[in-house]
Design a protein around this ligand. Structure first.
Ligand code: MF3
Ligand code: CO
Length: 264
C-alpha cells in the first residue's frame, strides 16, 4: 500500500533529506583524485552520526556501508573500498539517512577533475532527466508520466534508461510503494496524490540499457562497460507542485569552489 504523509511527516522527511544534502556538501569537498572510496564513506558516516542521524543504507538487506559509490561503468550499489579515485572518473554517490523515524535518500554524480566530453554530457542530461521527471510529478498526473518524461529526454539525447532498477516511495521505510520507473507511457500507473513522497532517481547509460550484478552481490554495472550516471531527489507531491525535500545546493556550491581551485 501507498503511505500518504501528513504535513508534519513531510517536515520530518525534509529534515532527514536536508542532512543527506549537507552530507553531499561534505562529500563534494573531498571528491578529488587520490582519495579512496572507503575514506569518503567513513567521513560521511561520521558526519551523519555527528548530526543526529543514522546511515540509512547500512544494514539494509545486509549492505555494509553508509554510501553507495559507483564509478564509471558501475551504475549503482558500488561498495566503498580500497579503490583510489583518479582524474576523469565519473562517481555516482548515493546517500541515505534515518532520523526521527523517517528516511532521506538522494544521489549525485561527481566529476573528478577534467572529464571527457561524453561524461560531461551524460551527467548534464541525467540531471536534466531528473528535473524533467520532477516537473511532471503533479497531483492528477500518473507515475507513467514521470517515467515518460525521463525516458524521452534521455533517449532524445542518445542515451539509454536502466530498466532493472527504479525509484520508490520514501517514508518510515527506505523503499515504499509505489515503484517509480524511469521509463513508461503517459497516463499509466498509479495516480499522484497529495502526501505521496517519492524518490525519483534516473540511472542513465551512455551505451545499452542492460545491466548486470557483479559477484560481490551488490555492484551493478552496464553490460557493455559504458558510462552510467545517477541523480536522485526525494520529493513530496503537494498542491503547489513537487516539493523537493533533498537538495544539491550544498554539493554544487562546493563543486564550484573546486573548479575555481583548478583554474587558479
Ligand atoms: N539509494 C538506493 C535506492 O535509492 C538504495 C541503496 S540500497 C542499499 O534505492 F542497500 F545499498 F542500501
Ligand atoms: Co532511492
Amino acid at each position: 500500500m501507498i503511505y500518504y504523509k501528513t504535513y508534519d511527516e513531510i517536515e520530518l522527511l525534509r529534515k532527514s533529506n536536508m542532512l543527506v544534502a549537507k552530507t553531499h556538501g561534505e562529500i563534494a569537498k573531498i571528491m578529488k583524485a587520490g582519495i579512496t572510496t572507503k575514506e569518503i564513506d567513513k567521513m560521511a558516516e561520521e558526519f551523519i552520526l555527528d548530526n543526529g542521524g543514522k546511515p540509512g543504507f547500512k544494514g539494509y538487506n545486509g549492505y555494509p556501508s553508509t554510501l553507495c559509490i559507483s564509478v564509471n561503468e558501475e551504475v549503482v550499489h558500488g561498495m566503498p573500498g580500497d579503490r583510489v579515485l583518479g582524474e576523469g572518473d565519473l562517481v555516482s554517490v548515493d546517500c541515505g539517512v534515518l532520523m526521527n523515524g523517517f528516511y532521506g535518500d538522494s544521489a549525485y554524480t561527481y566529476p573528478i577533475g577534467d572529464m571527457s566530453t561524453e561524461a560531461l554530457e551524460l551527467m548534464k542530461i541525467t540531471k536534466e532527466c531528473l528535473y524533467k521527471g520532477i516537473g511532471v510529478a503533479l497531483i492528477g498526473n500518473r507515475i507513467g508520466d514521470i517515467g515518460y518524461a525521463v525516458q524521452k529526454h534521455a533517449e532524445t539525447n542518445g542515451f539509454s534508461v536502466v530498466r532493472d532498477l527504479v525509484g520508490h516511495g520514501v517514508g518510515r521505510n527506505l523503499h515504499e510503494k509505489p515503484e517509480v520507473p524511469n521509463y513508461g507511457k503517459q497516463g499509466t500507473g498509479a495516480k499522484l496524490k497529495e502526501g505521496m513522497v517519492i524518490a525519483i532517481e534516473p540511472m542513465i547509460n551512455a551505451g545499452v540499457f542492460t545491466v548486470q550484478g557483479l559477484a560481490d552481490g551488490w555492484t551493478i554495472t552496464t553490460t557493455d562497460s559504458s558510462l552510467s550516471a545517477h541523480y536522485e531527489h526525494t520529493v513530496a507531491i503537494t498542491p503547489n507542485g513537487a516539493d523537493i525535500l533533498s537538495s544539491f545546493d550544498f554539493c554544487e556550491e562546493e563543486l564550484k569552489k573546486n573548479e575555481r581551485e583548478l583554474v587558479h
